[in-house]
Design a protein around this ligand. Sequence first.
Ligand code: SAH
Ligand code: SF4
Length: 438
Amino acid sequence: MRGLMADTALMPIPGPLDPVPVARDVTPRSDGRTDLVGLPIERLIALLQQSDLPAKQAKLRAKQLYHWIYHRGVTDFAPMTDIAKSMRPWLAERFVIGRPEVVEAQHSTDGTRKWLLRTADGHQFEMVFIPDTDRGTLCVSSQVGCTLNCSFCHTGTMRLVRNLTPGEIVGQVMLARDALGEWPGAKPDASPREGGDLGTGSATLAEFPAFAGAQDEDDEGPYTADGRLLTNIVMMGMGEPLYNFDNVRDALKLVMDGDGLALSKRRITLSTSGVVPMMARAGEEIGVNLAVSLHATNKAVRDEIVPLNKKYGIEELLAACAAYPGASNARRITFDSVMLKDKNDSDEDARELVRLIKAHNLPAKVNLIPFNPWPGAAYECSSPERIRRFSQIVFEAGISAPVRTPRGRDIDAACGQLKTAAAKKSRAERDREAAATS
Ligand code: SAH
Ligand code: SF4
């Protein structure tokens, strides 16, 4: 165990704030056991060898563990029938197969579900599941908070920032599968409202940033080919995924591995606010769909609302998009624009967006996101007519520009907002709820 913690290096997050030291890839547990979730097979082999299993046995056992953990979704060693009965307690003494702890789970009347989660060292983050007619999308967080301080984003106002580990990232997808009863071999009666359900919570105000449906419309395969609800993943929860590149890549590898969670890369979208130097690597080493939070088409406005623009400007960002490995007309890049009244929503803004996309010859689609207000925000949402007109201008230029419908309004499913709602509750109240829902 000590050996493993020794390579839990601290990593500073770059960004406009002071670098913050964070645990790099495994969060230590108070009971001294190691959580295996998030580890690739090579790390499982190494761990077993460190625990004195001979090389050949370590390799075989690691393969079996990998299958049970990522493909079958078990959270205990007892059901691992192909591992000797006497060895299962030996494993349980040293390791756990964990999940992020559920602090609060909410269920919207429109089917949207939201979870406030907690890491083993007590940091809170969230995930959201949005069911739709043709897909079910899980919005996954990559960091606790975000260093980038986009002025319209509530997450950017959180002071505390730490990268999530691969285990905490892939753990969100695994927890969602638990809740939806979607592991292979899960009992048919493990419906979202029975067995696998994590409970529902109280309703609060506000709405949802509407990232649902950010993937290609031309995804392969029907929604319920294998009877699953969770078909798509968007890295659009809390945090900037390209500021936590290694952990996001390692987590998504487990998600995409056919022997692991086995979700196609075509059904995964990574959203970035424009970390230009990491974009080529994202295409090469992860290879999922790309969404870019553009939000503005001129320097002055983008500098204000996405401060990272001061470091990597619009031209540079669009050039990186044009070079993004794997982008094509079949796999277009999504350009997101949050619609802010009198800030970025004029006809000229729409025309400039079209001009930029065409000038860079980008296989693009545009996603218009009604601004989701939060207490203290300096912006208002554009009017529905204004957003429609913006969409029309882009659409008439031959670029798809849907307006995203807010989802999960009654449960406040906006990124960064559940945290606020939970913070208002007493500690005891939260502990009671956590006990009831875990
Ligand atoms: N940090 C990455 C990953 C997702 S951020 C990025 O910025 O791309 C979460 C998403 O929610 C982004 O698409 C962002 O544009 C959107 N968002 C943040 N605050 C919002 C708000 N108040 N209203 C609507 N959308 C918002
Ligand atoms: Fe961070 Fe994205 Fe929010 Fe900007 S929009 S502060 S990059 S989470």
